[in-house]
Write a new protein. Structure first.
Ligand SMILES: [Zn+2]
Length: 249
């Protein structure tokens, strides 16, 4: 029993139990429910979020944010006046990028999308890539697909990005009217034709004179992005930039 005058010491001991208890509780939780890396499935260490440190260093970064004339930007040359365009990672079959995108889209791991958005934001901050952008819009899913999946994977990426850059995010302005069928057997021009009537814009007056950053998960042919961005241009958007978590070419 401590004497009454030692109440500070007594309180200090009591106070110090809290972080110790929290740490033990975290350790117990990680034993019972191990958090796994979205890229390699290894158990995450305390302090690691969603993607382990090894994967963060090992991912195939494109560095597009440092090169304005990159391969994603070239997709839009002659199709659409785009201010800046980039993808953060290369997407290859069997790669960690594929694992991350697969878990994001099909395993309910929305936190992977948010983390990818935060990683893109960190790149943008280094080069001021996002200067002038005042609104972030993700490529929407058709409402049936959204209901089935429960979330839009591109909106998860956009959320991580918007939080880190303190920018507005809107998921209602750009609407998708029809679920896209398998595109793999169609030519690029046919896909573009089919996608033209897929999107529409709500409240076009609110988009006039804005610089919109349009977000997608993976760029393949660019046809979806061109169709969505075209509708935004027709609605009066002044400037469009495009960013994706990965590019598949
Ligand atoms: Zn990993």
């Amino acid at each position: 029993m401590l004497p009454a005058g030692n109440w500070r010491l007594k309180n200090k001991r009591h106070y110090n139990l809290k972080p110790r208890f929290a740490q033990s509780f975290k350790s117990l939780c990680s034993l019972l429910f191990p958090r796994l890396c979205g890229g390699c499935n290894r158990q995450l260490n305390l302090g690691e979020q969603t993607i382990c440190t090894h994967c963060l260093y090992d991912l195939p970064y494109t560095d597009h944010h440092q090169h304005p004339d990159n391969i994603v930007a070239r997709l839009f040359w002659g199709n659409l006046p785009v201010h800046s365009a980039m993808a953060m990672l290369y997407f290859r079959t069997g790669s960690k990028t594929q694992q991350l995108i697969h878990s994001l889209k099909y395993k309910g791991q929305q936190d992977i999308g948010i983390q990818l958005g935060k990683m893109m934001a960190a790149q943008f901050k280094k080069t001021d890539w996002h200067t002038g952008v005042d609104l972030i819009i993700p490529i929407p899913l058709h409402r049936n697909k959204l209901r089935k999946r429960g979330y839009n994977q591109s909106a998860c990426i956009a959320r991580g990005l918007a939080d880190m850059l303190s920018l507005d995010l809107n998921t209602d302005f750009l609407i998708r009217h029809s679920a896209t069928e398998s595109q793999t057997t169609k030519t690029r021009y046919k896909r573009y034709q089919d996608l033209q009537n897929t999107f529409s814009v709500n409240h076009p007056g609110l988009l006039e004179e804005r610089h919109v950053l349009l977000i997608d998960d993976v760029v393949t042919t660019g046809a979806t992005l061109i169709a969505g961005a075209t509708k935004l241009h027709q609605a009066g958007v002044k400037r469009i930039s495009i960013a994706a978590a990965a590019c598949a070419f």
